[in-house]
Design a protein around this ligand. Structure first.
Ligand SMILES: Cc1cc2nc3c(=O)[nH]c(=O)nc-3n(C[C@H](O)[C@H](O)[C@H](O)COP(=O)(O)OP(=O)(O)OC[C@H]3O[C@@H](n4cnc5c(N)ncnc54)[C@H](O)[C@@H]3O)c2cc1C
Length: 481
């Protein structure tokens, strides 16, 4: 009994400082141990149910299942059917277990454990001890509070430690966030690489590189956007397609507030196919003439010295020394303002003196097919040389000009009319009627477009006055005059 009480004492001690689960196990073990001790004492003494601690109830059960002694009841008169109690069944099978179940007689949950006592004569009894579950529950409640407290404290410690440990990481992430915000605000500054973790450092490095790239793209896009908006804001004079060198244009002193698309540099393919030359609009007339000469094709020598492109020459029906574009064109591919592509045969081009259907309709020349004849290469070469010499000797090529300034009036020569009007060398500002060839207005000395216009008007007035002939400028004006 002394042992039994000390066990109980020990039980309280252990329980007070343990977590719920181990308290439960400890109490179970205590119950088992106590039962074994009681069973052992019972085996020696033959009877023991008195002076049992109030929290335990000891029953001695015969092999028939009848209670023959009970610490709770003074008189025990064969309480039957104990053999079907789970703890007794288990003890009988030599696999004793602690059971928790409700006791109807005591009206509470109880912990039960039974030990089988084999007696020497082959007979046996069961010693069974039970204890109210309330003992356990109060312990469990108490330990739960402690467990929760421990949990809270350990959580606080864990949070504190983890926040300390991860401070560097989180700091870095907030730097990244800030930096991304800065990129948006266009105040990009690199994120400092102040983290000890190599992986985070490399991520930050990558983000820095990426942000640099994004910023560059944003800036590039902004630049393009500004460029585009300034172009759009200035397109108040329209879009001018300038396929050639602008050799036949007089541009206003105010410039041209619109878009000029110059295609010729990237659009100048020339292919010789038998007697035909297929060329795109940007091909220079001089290059086409050279290709024709190389292929021994004659008929294009007249155009070799005309500065400009195939597109401009088709539009203007350029011509010189008895030849004109209309004489050599087979067909022209154009694009309409609506974007439609048309292939126009020569007979439909309505080509006249420095004009064409392409000009009146405002089509865009894309390409053309020129038909020539087989000839003698040497003769072609000689003819081209001759025409070049004529040009050089007769035209004021040493000065900038737009070529023949006026169209040839019906039945006259513009240059001769101007000369006969006494205008050779006539000058307004820096613009002058060429002394070498009166059909040319040259830029003698920093002439402005206004100088040229005044000179053209003077020439027109004087020729009209003297000969009654209207002179129409061949030069195209671009911009405001
Ligand atoms: C020194 C000198 C000598 C010259 N001699 C001659 C000569 O002997 N004979 C002669 O005829 N001319 C002559 N010219 C004028 C000029 O060279 C020609 O009119 C030439 O054909 C213009 O070609 P370009 O490619 O320079 O056209 P640009 O002057 O650029 O353009 C002329 C017109 O054609 C339009 N245009 C150009 N390309 C296309 C296209 N692909 N589609 C639609 N429209 C287009 C332009 O918008 C513009 O209205 C001379 C000019 C100079 C400066």
């Amino acid at each position: 009994m002394v042992f039994y009480i000390s066990c109980t004492f020990q039980f309280y001690n252990v329980f007070g400082s343990s977590a719920g689960n181990s308290v439960y196990e400890s109490e179970c073990n205590n119950l088992i141990q106590t039962t074994k001790v009681v069973a052992n004492i019972y085996k020696i003494n033959g009877a023991l149910t008195k002076d049992v601690d109030s929290q335990y109830r000891i029953s001695i059960i015969s092999k028939d299942g009848n209670v023959i002694a009970d610490s709770y009841l003074d008189e025990v008169s064969s309480l039957p059917n104990h053999l079907n109690r789970p703890e007794i069944i288990k003890a009988n099978e030599d696999e004793p277990l602690v059971f928790i179940r409700h006791s109807d007689s005591l009206d509470c949950d109880m912990f039960f454990y039974a030990e089988k006592i084999n007696l020497s004569d082959g007979d046996y009894f069961f010693v069974r001890i039970s204890s109210p579950a309330s003992n356990f529950i109060s312990y469990l409640k108490k330990s739960m509070v402690i467990a929760i407290l421990i949990l809270i404290i350990s959580s606080i410690i864990a949070i504190y430690l983890s926040s300390k440990v991860s401070k560097k990481v989180t700091q870095q992430f907030s730097n990244i966030k800030e930096s991304i915000k800065c990129v948006n605000d266009e105040k990009f500054s690199k994120i400092k690489l102040d983290n000890d973790y190599p992986e985070i450092r490399s991520i930050v490095q990558e983000i820095n590189d990426l942000e640099n790239k994004i910023l560059k793209q944003i800036n590039d896009a902004k630049f393009e956007q500004n460029k585009l908006s300034s172009i759009i804001a200035n397109i108040n004079e329209g879009i001018l397609v300038l396929n050639g060198n602008g050799s036949n244009l007089l541009v206003s002193d105010e410039g041209y507030r619109g878009v000029i698309i110059q295609l010729y540099r990237n659009y100048g393919d020339i292919t010789v196919k038998g007697n035909e030359i297929h060329a795109t609009a940007g091909a220079l007339l001089s290059q086409i003439a050279a290709a024709a000469k190389n292929a021994s094709l004659t008929g294009f020598e007249f155009a070799g010295g005309i500065p400009g492109t195939l597109g401009g020459a088709v539009v203007m029906n350029a011509g010189a020394y008895g030849g004109e574009m209309k004489d050599v064109l087979k067909e022209v591919t154009v694009m309409t303002a609506a974007g439609e592509i048309l292939v126009l045969p020569a007979e439909k081009l309505e080509m006249g003196y420095r004009t064409s259907l392409v000009k009146t309709k405002g089509y865009l020349v894309l390409s053309a097919v020129i038909v020539l004849e087989q000839g003698n290469q040497e003769a072609i070469k000689a003819r081209m040389k001759e025409l070049t010499e004529q040009r050089v000797s007769k035209q004021p090529l040493e000065f900038p000009s737009a070529g023949s300034t006026f169209k040839r009036p019906e039945g006259y020569f513009a240059g001769k009319l101007i000369m006969d009007a006494g205008l050779r060398g006539y000058q307004t500002g820096g613009a002058q009627v060429s002394e070498k060839h009166c059909g040319f207005v040259i830029n003698k000395d920093n002439a402005t477009a206004a100088d040229v216009c005044r000179l053209l008007r003077d020439v027109q007035d004087k020729v009209k006055e003297q000969f009654g002939v209207t002179m129409e400028p061949e030069v195209k004006r671009v911009g405001r005059f």
